[in-house]
Every structure is written in structure tokens, then in C-alpha cells.
Design a protein around this ligand. Structure first.
Ligand SMILES: C[S@@+](CC[C@H](N)C(=O)[O-])C[C@H]1O[C@@H](n2cnc3c(N)ncnc32)[C@H](O)[C@@H]1O
Length: 209
């Protein structure tokens, strides 16, 4: 059964990566809208902005190697990263809560999860992560941060009470300026250990032991 699901996920991922090939054109279109006014999330409603296949495979391995079960994702988009998270939790017996601001993207992601046969593993919350995750009271083994970077700090602070001694916080696009200032702020607490991967695109945060 698990093997069939793995196969289904791979198949859907292939389709999604194929569709994401036009991301560059769609992104240019999104940025063009920002010439005359500030850029809005909706300007990227058709763009995947996903992690790479290499990153996805490493993410799956991270989950399995550390036996991570309770996963929270900020920034679902069309669900590419969530499907890699699902591959991981299929092995560890875990589950995922993921959240996406743009309804049309979330609906498409939901369809992708259904087609991949993993919808039962994924609770997708539509809306602003600060609202959809407010009052979240479950333990978090992996927090995957991949939404707009100005929310990394408030979300981290809001969810920190749910971390345990072995929680991993995966920071994507860690090399962007807003992510850097988030990392700088939490480094000041002297409570965390930081490990860079993928040429500094990714930083893994863990609690100092
Ligand atoms: C970089 S993309 C996520 C890519 C996805 N993790 C993947 O690898 O397939 C960022 C997503 O975060 C969403 N987002 C931005 N601000 C958000 C917010 N406040 N709450 C929830 N989602 C948000 C955007 O709409 C966008 O789809």
C-alpha cells in the first residue's frame, strides 16, 4: 500500500515540476505588476515558487532519519514541498498541517494531495498563517518555513512554545535579506544552533543541547 502511495506521489510530483517549468515567465509577470505599486502575494497566484527536487529528496530523508512525525508547513503553494513531506511521514507514521494564503492555490494543492492519495495525512488550512495557526497547541517536530519572509519571525515566536528539544526548523530562502534578519534576531537569544545547506539557501535551526 505504502509503495503504491509512493509511486502515486512521484507521478504527481513529475506532473507538477513539469507545469512549474513556466514559473520564470509567470514570475516576471508578477514582478512587472510591482513596478507601479507594492507587490502583493496575489501577483504570484499562478507561480509554484517551489523547492527543488534535490531539496525535496533531502527533506524526505531528514524526516525519516530523525523520525519526525508532527510537521507544520508555512506556504503550501500548489503542494510540491508538502508532497515530499508526505513521503517522509508515510515512513514515520506522522501527519502534516500546511497553510496557504491564496485560496485558488490551496484548492489546487488539495486536489494534488487527493490525486497522490495522501489527503488523509494533510490538514490544509486556507488563509493567513498567523490566523490559521493561532492557538495551535500540538507538539511540532518539524516547522517548515517557506511563505513570505516577513512572517518568519512572528510565526517562529508564535509557535516556539510547541517546540521540543529535538524540533527542527527548516528555513527556506534563508539567503534572502528578510530571512537573514530573522536569523540574526533569533541568534541573539543564544538558544539555537544553525546549520546551512544548499549553498546557504537553507538553514536548519535546532535547540542547543
Ligand atoms: C515559496 S511559495 C511556497 C512553495 C512551496 N512550499 C513548495 O515548495 O512547493 C510561498 C507561498 O506562501 C504563501 N503565503 C504567503 N504569505 C502567506 C501567509 N501569510 N499565510 C499563508 N501562506 C502565505 C504564498 O501565497 C505562496 O504560495
Amino acid at each position: 500500500m505504502q509503495q503504491i502511495q509512493e509511486h502515486q506521489i512521484e507521478h504527481i510530483l513529475e506532473q507538477l515540476f513539469n507545469d512549474a517549468k513556466n514559473d520564470y515567465l509567470k514570475m516576471a509577470n508578477g514582478f512587472a505588476k510591482g513596478i507601479f505599486r507594492p507587490i502583493k502575494p496575489n501577483d504570484f497566484k499562478n507561480v509554484y515558487l517551489s523547492i527543488s527536487k534535490k531539496q525535496g529528496k533531502a527533506l524526505k530523508k531528514l524526516i525519516i532519519d530523525h523520525n519526525l512525525k508532527n510537521i507544520v508547513e508555512f506556504g503550501t503553494s500548489f503542494g510540491i514541498s508538502t508532497l515530499y513531506l508526505a513521503q517522509g511521514v508515510l515512513k514515520t507514521g506522522g501527519a502534516i498541517v500546511t497553510t496557504e494564503l491564496i485560496e485558488s492555490k490551496a484548492k489546487k494543492a488539495q486536489e494534488n494531495f487527493k490525486n497522490a492519495g495522501v489527503q488523509d495525512l494533510i490538514d490544509i488550512r486556507i488563509g493567513d498563517a498567523i490566523e490559521t495557526l493561532k492557538g495551535y497547541d500540538k507538539n511540532i517536530d518539524l516547522l517548515f518555513l517557506d511563505g513570505w519572509k516577513d512572517l518568519y519571525l512572528p510565526l517562529f515566536q508564535m509557535l516556539a512554545p510547541n517546540f521540543n528539544n529535538n524540533t527542527i526548523i527548516y528555513v527556506d530562502n534563508a539567503d534572502m535579506s528578510e530571512s537573514k534578519s530573522f536569523l540574526k534576531t533569533i541568534a541573539k537569544t543564544n538558544k539555537y544552533h544553525f546549520e546551512s545547506n544548499f549553498d546557504d539557501k537553507v538553514v536548519l535551526i535546532t535547540l542547543k543541547k
